[in-house]
Design a protein around this ligand. Structure first.
Ligand SMILES: *Cc1c(COP(=O)(O)O)cnc(C)c1O
Length: 225
C-alpha cells in the first residue's frame, strides 16, 4: 500500500479525538510530501539535525513534534518552531527548555515522559519522581513551558495484556496528575501513547495521541529497539 493509503486506513480506524503523529524519522522529504498531500500535517522526528533540515525544506504549516531524547545543548535549534516536545523527563531538561523559550519569547509545549515499560533502557520518570518534581512548585517559575500531558512507550512484546496494563498505568498517572496539579489547566489534556505495533491497544486504554511510523512509511533501515 502507498503512504496515502496507509494514512487513510489508519485514520478511518481511529476515533476522531485521537491525533495521529506521523513518525517520519529516517524517511526522505518525498515521503513526507506524499503524506502532506493527503492532508497529514503533524510529523514526528527524533533527531535534532534531521528535524531542523526537514523544517527548513518542507511546507511551513507542518506541525513538528520532537519525540526523541533531547540534549540540553540542542534545544535552541528546535525551540523557534517545534510544536510539541514529547519526551521531557527531568527537571534539568524542563529548565533548559524554559530558558530557550524565554530567549525567543515563546511558550514551548511539552509532555512529561513516564517509564511504563519493563525494559530498563527506556527513558522516563516514575509517578513518584514526577510528584516530587511538581511538589516543588517548579512550574510556577517556568513561564515559557506549557505541560500538555504525558507520554510513554510500552514494552516491545507480543503479550497484549502486558502492553494494555502498561498503557493503563500511564492513563492512571495522567488522571492523578490532572487532579493534583493541573485541575484548572485545560492544556494538560494529552496522553501520547501507541505506535505501529500497539496503537489499537493504546486507544482502548485512553490514548489521545498516537505516534505511528512504520505502518505509514514502511520499515526503517535500522533496528527499532
Ligand atoms: C520511532 C518511534 C515511534 C514510531 O515507531 P513505529 O513502530 O515505527 O510506529 C513512536 N514513538 C517514538 C518515541 C519513536 O521513537
Amino acid at each position: 500500500m502507498s503512504i496515502s493509503e496507509n494514512i487513510e486506513s489508519i485514520k478511518s480506524n481511529i476515533p476522531q479525538h485521537v491525533t495521529l503523529v506521523a513518525v517520519s524519522k529516517t524517511k526522505p522529504n518525498s515521503s513526507i510530501q506524499e503524506a502532506y498531500e493527503c492532508g497529514q500535517r503533524i510529523f514526528g522526528e527524533n533527531k535534532v539535525q534531521e528535524l531542523t533540515k526537514k523544517y527548513e525544506e518542507l511546507p511551513k504549516d507542518i506541525e513538528w513534534h520532537y519525540i526523541g531524547h533531547l540534549q540540553s545543548n540542542k534545544i535552541k535549534f528546535i525551540a523557534p518552531f517545534v510544536s510539541l516536545i514529547h519526551g521531557v523527563d527531568s527537571e534539568k531538561l524542563l529548565k533548559a527548555i524554559n530558558k530557550e523559550g524565554r530567549k525567543i519569547d515563546r511558550k514551548i509545549k511539552c509532555l512529561l515522559q513516564f517509564h511504563i515499560a519493563e525494559e530498563s533502557t527506556k527513558f522516563g520518570l516514575s509517578a513518584e519522581e514526577a510528584e516530587t518534581l511538581l511538589n516543588t512548585g517548579i512550574l510556577n517559575e517556568l513561564k515559557n513551558i506549557e505541560i500538555c500531558g504525558v507520554m510513554g512507550m510500552a514494552t516491545y512484546t507480543d503479550d497484549k495484556t502486558q502492553v494494555a496494563n502498561e498503557f493503563k498505568t500511564l492513563k492512571n498517572i495522567f488522571v492523578t496528575l490532572k487532579i493534583k496539579y493541573f485541575a484548572n489547566d485545560n492544556s494538560f489534556s494529552e496522553i501520547s501513547m501507541g505506535m505501529s505495533g500497539d496503537y489499537p491497544i493504546a486507544i482502548e486504554q485512553g490514548s489521545t495521541m498516537i505516534r505511528v511510523g512504520s505502518s505509514i512509511f514502511g520499515e526503517r533501515n535500522y533496528a527499532k529497539h
